[in-house]
Every structure is written in C-alpha cells, then in structure tokens.
Write a protein that binds this ligand. Structure first.
Ligand SMILES: Nc1ncnc2c1ncn2[C@@H]1O[C@H](COP(=O)(O)OP(=O)(O)OP(=O)(O)O)[C@@H](O)[C@H]1O
Length: 289
C-alpha cells in the first residue's frame, strides 16, 4: 500500500497553481494517472520517484516513509525501490541490450539477466546497441531494466505513446503480463483511454493539479445516463456479454458509455473499431462506419 499526500507549487502556462493530491494505491494494483496536459501527472510520478521534491506532504510505502516534509525525510531515488520508464527510453547508447539491462542488476546476476531477456523477447538482440533497435524494442529494454531490481513501485510516464498502434497493443499485453508475473505495483501516465481501460484497475483523474476523480475506469469515465451531446462517431473500448445481452463500451469524445447491443451489431466488433452511434427514443443502436 502506498499512501501519499503531495503539495507543490507548479508554474503552468496559465499561471501558478498548487498541486494538491492525497490518495493511496493498493499493493499489486495498476493505477493510471489521467488528465489534460499540464494537470500535474508527470509531477506526481516524479515526486513518487524522488526526482521532484514536494513542498509539503508525505509518501509512505508499505509502512516505510520515503518522504515526510515535516520530519525532513527524503529518500533519494536509488533508495526508493522504484523502476522508472520514460517515453524516450533513456537507454545508455554505448551499451548493448544485455549491458543496459545488466547495469540495473545487482552483482551481475547473469542468469537473471538471461531470464529478463527471455521474458521481454530480446534474446536474439542481446548484443545490439540501442541505435539499431526499433522503438518497441528499445522500450522492451527499458522495461526489462526497470523491473530488473524487482521494484516495489513501477513508474511509467507515457511509455508507449511514441509507438505505432500495433506495437503499442503488443507492448500493452507484455506490460500487463510483467505486472502480473512480478506482482508489481504500477503507476502509469497515459492519455489513451483505450489503454487505460485495458491495463488499469484504478484511475486517478487529475485536473489543474487536483484529484478530480478516482476509482475503477468504469467509475471514473462512464456516464450514468446517455449524453445529450453525443458525437456521431465512437471508438469501441470493450465488447462483452452479460447474461443474455451484449454490452459495448464506447468512447465518445472524452466520455465512455455502455450501450446494449444486439447479436448482429456486435458480430465481428472488437476494441479499436469505430462505429457510429444514434439514439432512438430509449435504446441506442450501433452501425459500423
Ligand atoms: N519543478 C517545477 N516547478 C514548477 N512547475 C513545474 C515544475 N515542473 C513542471 N512544472 C509545471 O507543472 C505543470 C504540470 O506539469 P506536468 O508535467 O506534471 O503535467 P502533465 O499533466 O504530466 O502534462 P503532460 O500531459 O503535458 O505531460 C506544467 O505547467 C509544468 O510547466
């Protein structure tokens, strides 16, 4: 369990704001920080990592205080048992794939490096330099390096946003499986609602440095009723069967809604498809675009 209370003045394009975020993250959970640009998502991640100092507040991880402004406790990043993956990979350019990963492994444990190479599908690339890798391969190296010390907290700052859709989908699956396999507690910044629904069990939605909402993706993003401002086009986030009906979760603008759909409407429909939505008097129906 990670409990944190963070206060920090941020200088934004629109003036100075105070970031005020109090929350907790369950051990083993996959939490996404979501919100508009400048909301303070990266700042929260950096404060958890010890790369940015809050003016006031506390961070307590499994009963160990990482930061406490009043008691003047501020563990440096290397004592916080974190793995951090950035959008731009941040690999050592002059080290091979194996050396980049081994750098993070205590006492040059070769068999553990081999296992990490295997887990991330990098065995055949082990002696390559980062400059010769694709974006997805580089990010796999960064992920392997970040989990090498079995961190208490894996922090991911938009790790997949530079990748194309196919590579992104593949790495989302690999990320989910690493998270489960190592029982990690993961906090990720993402702008991609499809990714949020796919990966996270908890969302912290930030706006202007404040926690605007928190809960499961459904609790945070689903509307309780149909909006009167429906866009015509929607992205399918999820298709599932509940009892005798099909439920399709749709992203419309910045809001997600559940609609009941017929067998014909969902035939072949999958996450990532786009559909058009029309509202009848009471029940909505879907058609492909
Ligand atoms: N050390 C700092 N001191 C004061 N203000 C800062 C500091 N670092 C960042 N900021 C400002 O805080 C605001 C929030 O930045 P942050 O990177 O946390 O936002 P974000 O929600 O991650 O945005 P984005 O989605 O664009 O990455 C920005 O306006 C930024 O300029």
């Amino acid at each position: 369990m990670i409990e944190f209370s963070l206060r920090k003045q941020l200088d934004t394009a629109g003036g100075r704001i105070t970031l005020v975020v109090d929350s907790h993250i369950g051990a083993g959970s996959f939490t996404t920080l979501f919100g508009p640009s400048g909301a303070g998502k990266t700042s929260v991640l950096r404060m958890l990592a010890g790369l940015m100092r809050p003016e006031r507040g506390r961070i307590v991880v499994d009963g160990v205080t990482w930061f406490d402004a009043e008691r003047r406790i501020d563990l440096p990043p290397q004592q916080r048992a974190i793995g951090f993956v950035f959008q731009d990979y941040a690999l050592f350019p002059n080290l091979t794939v194996r050396e980049n990963i081994a750098y993070a492994v205590p006492r040059a444990d070769t068999s553990w490096v081999d296992e990490l190479l295997a887990l991330t599908g990098l065995q055949l690339l082990h002696d390559r330099l980062p400059a010769t890798l694709s974006g997805g391969q580089k990010q796999r190296v960064a992920l392997a390096r970040a989990v090498a010390r079995k961190p208490r907290l894996l922090l991911l700052d938009e790790p997949l946003s530079a990748l194309d859709v196919q590579m992104r989908t593949q790495l989302q699956d690999e990320l989910a499986s690493l998270h489960r396999r190592f029982g990690l507690t993961t906090v990720m910044v993402s702008h991609d609602l499809g990714e949020v629904f796919k990966l996270s069990d908890t969302v912290l939605r930030l706006e202007g440095g404040r926690l605007a909402a928190s809960g499961t993706p459904r609790e945070v993003f689903l509307q309780k009723r149909m909006s009167g401002r429906l866009n015509l086009h929607a992205q399918v986030l999820d298709v599932r069967r509940e009892d005798v009906v099909h439920i399709v979760t749709l992203l419309i603008g910045q809001e997600a809604i559940d609609v009941v759909a017929s067998e014909d409407e969902v035939a072949g429909l999958q996450a990532g498809d786009t559909v058009s939505v029309a509202a009848r008097a009471i029940s909505p129906y879907l058609s492909r675009t």
